[in-house]
Design a protein around this ligand. Structure first.
Ligand SMILES: O=C(O)CCC(=O)C(=O)O
Length: 382
């Protein structure tokens, strides 16, 4: 294939026409010719099982090719794949290494991620990374600098210290407390720091769309008055090394393996928006849900993390007893959706009440009873 062919343009034209076969043809031709854009895009398709069969290993290798050729998006994604262990064994040093390469090349996204992974002892490096990302327009870095205020170390860009210091987000010591007997609910205050809560809100905000519910008869998803809030699922494309680290940390908090986790969703409620009473488990008596359990496992645990404070109303209400919970920003609330025999626990019926003023932000995370391999899109809700 002639190297002068512009594979990206051909791919784009086919995509705009909705001709996915033609689009795939151009990506495959491009990947064979070593075109970085085609390698990266085809790699993402393999990772998502979009148009081509899902194959994480092939996806990883294609994205790595694009990253090595210097494509910024591919460099970011390869760091996430190493952190997640998707298509490759988890490798934290490699994840950090790719973030460092990206940051050194002037990409604000990995610079900001690194800043959030540094311990307090590297305040100078953190400041330098945030300033560099903020200068290139990174909104999260700008907000973090504002929050840090004047109490800050002098900026210092020491790549060796950054590489060595960047660490997985870790749980700080704190107690888990029972807050309700039926259903059995537990809370953990300050599971996430205010900075990390703000990070999640900012990462999710551009991807928000109206939340949907699952139709237990047809199995399709629909917009329904029972759920009027919006949400964004942090699936592969929307997540990064920081959000992956948060996911792992929450799994540890709940005693679950990260492999069983569905991608987290960030929920957003404007005043008056709500999530009407519902269960998070799949009901084995509903044929469509039974098929979902057989295909991908039961949803056995729920974890909610409240991400902000500046709203009124908006508690999570448990209908059986009328118990209402509203945690401070960073507080995690979690429970099992099934009993000791793996059967649905109907006392978990709950609702997201509408805020009466201000906007409510919440992280919602579900765990299955077996490794979760399906790709959950931003519109898939149980
Ligand atoms: O918004 C809330 O408080 C509840 C969210 C919820 O019910 C869910 O994610 O399952």
């Amino acid at each position: 294939m002639d190297r002068a062919v512009n594979f990206e343009n051909h791919y784009d034209a086919a995509r705009v026409r909705g001709d996915w076969e033609e689009a795939r043809h151009w990506l495959q031709q491009g990947a064979r010719a070593g075109d970085p854009f085609s390698c990266g895009q085809l790699g993402v398709w393999h990772l998502l099982g979009h148009v081509v069969n899902r194959n994480d290993r092939t996806g990883f290798q294609l994205v790595r090719g694009a990253a090595r050729a210097g494509l910024p998006e591919a460099r970011r994604l390869i760091a996430t794949l190493y952190a997640l262990g998707r298509g490759v064994k988890p490798n934290w040093e490699q994840a950090v290494d790719w973030l460092v390469r990206g940051a050194r090349s002037g990409d604000p996204d990995p610079a900001r991620q690194l800043a959030f992974l540094l311990p307090a002892a590297l305040a100078g490096e953190r400041r330098a990374l945030l300033e560099s990302a903020a200068k290139s327009g990174d909104v999260i870095a700008q907000r973090r600098l504002q929050r840090d205020g004047k109490v800050n170390a002098a900026p210092r860009m020491d790549w060796r210290r950054i590489r060595q210091g960047a660490a997985r987000p870790a749980l700080v010591r704190g107690a888990i407390k029972a807050v309700s007997e039926s259903p059995k609910l537990h809370q953990r205050e300050a599971a996430l720091s205010p900075d990390v809560c703000d990070y999640l809100i900012c990462i999710a905000a551009p991807f928000l769309s109206r939340a949907r519910v699952n139709d237990p008869v047809r199995g399709t998803e629909l917009v329904d008055d029972s759920r009027t809030n919006s949400f964004a699922t942090l699936s592969l494309v929307e997540s990064d090394v920081v959000t992956t680290g948060i996911d792992f940390m929450l799994a540890r908090l709940l005693g679950q393996t990260p492999k069983n986790a569905e991608p987290a969703s960030v929920l957003h409620y404007s005043p008056g928006e709500q999530f009407a009473p519902h269960f998070d488990f799949f009901d084995p008596k509903a044929p469509v849900h039974a098929a979902q359990i057989a295909a991908a496992g039961q949803r056995v645990m729920t974890c909610l993390v409240y991400l902000n404070n500046d709203y009124e109303g908006g508690a999570t209400r448990f209908l059986d007893t009328g118990f209402e919970f509203r945690g401070e920003a960073g507080t995690a609330l979690f429970w099992r959706n099934t009993d000791a025999n793996g059967l649905p626990d109907r006392s978990t019926l709950h609702a997201g009440l509408p805020p009466t003023a201000g906007e409510k932000w919440l992280l919602s995370k579900w765990f299955r009873d077996r490794p979760y391999t399906q790709v959950r899109t931003a519109t898939m809700v149980g």
